[in-house]
Design a protein around this ligand. Sequence first.
Ligand code: UDP
Ligand code: MG
Length: 355
Amino acid sequence: MSARETHTPDWEKHPLALGGVAANPDPDTTPRTARKPSISCVVPAYNESENLPRLLPALIAQLRQLTDCWEIIVVDDGSRDATVASLQPWLGEAGVVCLALSRNFGKEAALGAGLDHARGDVVVTLDADLQHPVELLEPMLRSWRDGIDMVYAVRADRSEESAFKRLGARVFYSLLKFGSSIDIPPHAGDFRLMDRCVVDALCALPERTRFMKGLYAWVGYKSQAIEFIPPPRMAGTSGFGLRALFSLAASGITAFSNLPLRLASGLGTVLAILAMGYGTWVIIDHYLHGSDVAGWATIVVGLMFFSGVQLLFIGVLGEYLGRVYEEVKLRPRYIVGHRLGKTPIAAQPASPQPQ
Ligand code: UDP
Ligand code: MG
């Protein structure tokens, strides 16, 4: 969606968002086993000038083996290095397109931009840093042919990550599992193959602050995991520092769980009951036993504790309110600064008839 198009709210364009029937039900009735689907690959890229020249040849070779009709959409997410320039050798050929966003909008927005522009029967999302092996496309497509609508890669091993990151991931997924009615598969990333129906459903969602891992699960459809061990990043550094990870985790929890709000009500109730019990005991103790009422230390500690708890939960409320504020502003999720490369799929040879 470009900035120009944002005047039409998403829900007007997509009946699916109103809880209706899928906007684009699969019109091809040929069994999937007999089809060679057109494939779109969406690659979000932020400062990936060293990785893209290695990824693209491998990805193109893989796609040529799988289908005759494909496109690769590299979404340059406001890179500060020569990411766009590194694509030049491929931009002249049909099939490779670059959407250069007007600034860095973050990976979730970059993925959204790619999905909105992808036109394949099947869409694959993968990282630019070669941590998502292109060889997996073949087994993923096999599962699609067997009737699976979404095949997602799950890290079989996180041992190469720091202990802190692993602990953070475990806490995050436990919180999500406990507090959300949606079953979000742990350790699954953005390396996925999706049928057109899944992509249409994702693009129809009117949400602006998007937590893609949750939305993939929310839209449903027949899904299957495929395990893989991610190799280390080929070159450059990860765009997800500690701050970005915390912010992503907060976005995921506020988008898919009311647990923190329930916790606030629960803790408030427990503390109020305890305070009443303590107050009753102080009165009884004073009149029955003639004890002195406890001094200033109790008051100060009590005040500090209750103020702390109140501030903490005002912060939690603020997180949710901030989310609502982001939504009501109705700003576009991203702006495509410019688009480079030839029109993809149309310029590719047409899909052959079923064999
Ligand atoms: N990325 C992006 N925008 C950002 C940060 C990252 O498009 O603001 C891309 C990045 O270029 C890569 C993918 O998202 O293709 C995954 O990022 P990264 O490798 O930094 O994440 P990690 O593998 O450490 O989770
Ligand atoms: Mg990476």
